[in-house]
Design a protein around this ligand. Structure first.
Ligand SMILES: *[C@@H]1O[C@H](CO)[C@@H](O)[C@H](O)[C@H]1NC(C)=O
Ligand SMILES: *[C@@H]1O[C@H](CO)[C@@H](O)[C@H](O)[C@H]1NC(C)=O
Length: 464
C-alpha cells in the first residue's frame, strides 16, 4: 500500500524490480500503490471509522535500511513508521508490525538473498533495530508473514519476486532453512534485550490451506492430505513449535524421492545442528495463521515430477460446489478454518501452549461491476468468522485475534491491482487514490461493534 517506492532515499526492493521488469499483471508496478506513505492521517481516520482495535502493517526493510544494512539507515524511513505508529496509538488502535512481508532489499537479493547464510545476521540486525526504535509502542511483532510463499513462489515456481526457478525446487529448501534461522535469531534478540523493558510478543504468521482427504475412507488419501499439510504448514511449524527440526514425514518423503529419483534430484532437505535445533524450538509467543482456502487431496502424482506436488506425492484439487472467488487459488470453505484450528491445537500447541492469532483471512473480488457491492466478501467473512467463533466456543481453541486481509485494495503481488482484497475500495485511476468503504466495511464495523456475536445470528438464518 505504501507506494513512494523511491521517496526519501528508500532502497529498491525485489518487488519494485519485479514490477519494473513487467512481471506483474498488465505491467502493474508498486511505484505509487495506495500512496499510504503520504496518507497516514486519512488511513488512520478510516481505521477509526471501522472500529478496529488492531492494525497490522509491514515495515519495508529497504525503507529503514535502503541497502539492507544498518549503515544505510534512513531517518525519513524511520520517521514514517514513527508517524504511523503514533497516529495509531493516539487513536487507541494497537499497532501490529510485520518485519518481513516479502519485500527484500534488492541489494540483498544481489548477494543471493534468502539462499545465502549472510541473510540470517542481516535480518537479525534489522529486527534488533526495529525493536529498539518502535518497540516502546509496538507490542505485537510478526517476524515473517507467509514465509511458505517466499520459498515456494519466490524461489520455487518463480511466480513471485525474485522470480527465480532454482534447479527445480532444490534451493527453496535452503531458503526456508535460512528463514527459520532468521526468525529464531530475531525472537532471541527480543527475548534477550527487549522483552523485559518492552513486554511485547514476537511470533510468526504462517500461511496454510486446510487439506481434506479426497476419499476419507482411503488411507492413501488420508496420508496424502497429511503430507500436504506437512509440506505447507509443518515445514515451518514443526521446527518452531515442536522440536526445532523438520518432521519425520517431511524427512522420510524427501529421502524417498531423492532415492527414487536419482539424477533428477527433486529436493534436498538441509539439516540443523543440535545447537540450531535448540535455538529454533519454542521461538514464537503466539501461533500466527494466515488462512484463505482449502483443498481436497489424493495420492499420488507418482514419478519424478519437480515441485511440491511431485515431491510430496499428492494431487490437490477443489470440490466444484465450493464457491469460487476472483482468485484462481481461493475457494471458500469456512469449515476448513475450524478444522485447521483444531489440527493446530492438537498438533502444535500441546506442549508449546500459546494463543492462536488469525493474522490474515479474506478474499478478492474482481475489478469490475459495482466496486462497492461486495456481497461475496460478506458471505465469505461471515462464514469464516463464525467458524473461528465455533472453534473457540465448541472446540476450546484459544483464538485471540482475527485479522481481515485487507483494510484496503492494494498491490497483490503477481496479480498487481487486478485482485481486490480490501474492505475499502481504492481508485487507482485517480492520482489522489481516494478510498471508499465497500458494503463489507459496514458489515465488518458492525461485527466489531457487536464483538462477533451478530455472526451467529446470520448463520442461523442462512445455514442451519
Ligand atoms: C508490458 O510491457 C511489455 C514490454 O515493454 C510490452 O510488450 C507489453 O505490451 C506490455 N503489456 C501491457 C499490458 O501493457
Ligand atoms: C450486489 O450484487 C449482487 C450480486 O451480484 C446482487 O444480487 C445485488 O442486487 C447487488 N446489490 C446492490 C445493492 O447493488
Amino acid at each position: 500500500v505504501e507506494g513512494a517506492w523511491a521517496a526519501d532515499g528508500k532502497g529498491e526492493t525485489i518487488w519494485d524490480r519485479f514490477g519494473h521488469e513487467n512481471q506483474a499483471f498488465n505491467n502493474h508496478t508498486v511505484d505509487t500503490a495506495c500512496d499510504s506513505y503520504r496518507k497516514v492521517d486519512v488511513d488512520v481516520y478510516l481505521l477509526r471509522g471501522l472500529g478496529v482495535n488492531t492494525y497490522q502493517f509491514s515495515i519495508s526493510w529497504a525503507r529503514v535500511f535502503p541497502s539492507g544494512y544498518r549503515a544505510s539507515m534512513s531517518n525519513e524511513g524511520v520517521l514514517y513508521y514513527n508517524n504511523l505508529i503514533n497516529a495509531l496509538v493516539e487513536s487507541g488502535i494497537r499497532p501490529v508490525a510485520t518485519l518481513y512481508h516479502w519485500d527484500l532489499p534488492q541489494a540483498m537479493q544481489d548477494e543471493g538473498g534468502w539462499t545465502k547464510d549472510f541473510i540470517v545476521e542481516a535480518f537479525k540486525d534489522y529486527a534488533d533495530f526495529c525493536f529498539s526504535q518502535f518497540g516502546d509502542r509496538v507490542k505485537d511483532w510478526n517476524t515473517f508473514s507467509s514465509p511458505w510463499v517466499v520459498s515456494h513462489a519466490g524461489y520455487g515456481t518463480g511466480e513471485h519476486a525474485p522470480g527465480l526457478i532454482l534447479l527445480h525446487f532444490v534451493l527453496l529448501f535452503q531458503v526456508t532453512h535460512n528463514i527459520l534461522k532468521s526468525h529464531a535469531e530475531a525472537w532471541h534478540v527480543y527475548n534477550d534485550k527487549y522483552r523485559g523493558p518492552q513486554g511485547g510478543k514476537v511470533g510468526i504468521a504462517l500461511n496454510s490451506d486446510w487439506a481434506q482427504p479426497g476419499d476419507p475412507m482411503k488411507p492413501e488419501d488420508v496420508a496424502a492430505a497429511e503430507r500436504y499439510l506437512e509440506f505447507m504448514l509443518g515445514w515451518f511449524a514443526h521446527p518452531i513449535f515442536i522440536d526445532g527440526d523438520y518432521s519425520q514425514v517431511l524427512k522420510t518423503q524427501i529421502e524417498k524421492k531423492k532415492t527414487d529419483c536419482t539424477g533428477s534430484v527433486p529436493a534436498v532437505l538441509p539439516t540443523f545442528t543440535a545447537e540450531e535445533k535448540a535455538r529454533i524450538k519454542g521461538t514464537s509467543d503466539f501461533f500466527g495463521l494466515n488462512h484463505y482456502t482449502s483443498r481436497l487431496v489424493s495420492s499420488s502424482v507418482g514419478g519424478c515430477v519437480p515441485g511440491p506436488q511431485g515431491v510430496g506425492d499428492f494431487r490437490a484439487y477443489v470440490d466444484p460446489s465450493w464457491p469460487t472467488t476472483a482468485s484462481d487459488w481461493i475457494v471458500s470453505l469456512p469449515s476448513g478454518l475450524r478444522s485447521l484450528l483444531a489440527y493446530i491445537k492438537n498438533k502444535y500447541l500441546t506442549t508449546h501452549n500459546v494463543p492462536i492469532y488469525i493474522t490474515g483471512n479474506g478474499m478478492p473480488t474482481e475489478y469490475s461491476g459495482d466496486p462497492l457491492n461486495d456481497t461475496s466478501r460478506i458471505d465469505y467473512l461471515s462464514g469464516y468468522i463464525n467458524e473461528a467463533l465455533k472453534a473457540i466456543t465448541d472446540d476450546g481453541v484459544d483464538v485471540q485475534r482475527f485479522t481481515v486481509q485487507s483494510f484496503m485494495d492494494g498491490f497483490e503481488g503477481k496479480q498487481g491491482y487486478s485482485e481486490r482484497f480490501g474492505l475499502l475500495h481504492v481508485n487507482f485511476e485517480d492520482s489522489s487514490r481516494p478510498r471508499s468503504p465497500k458494503q463489507s466495511a459496514y458489515f465488518y464495523a458492525q461485527i466489531i461493534e457487536q464483538n462477533a456475536h451478530i455472526i451467529t445470528i446470520i448463520r442461523k438464518v442462512h445455514i442451519t
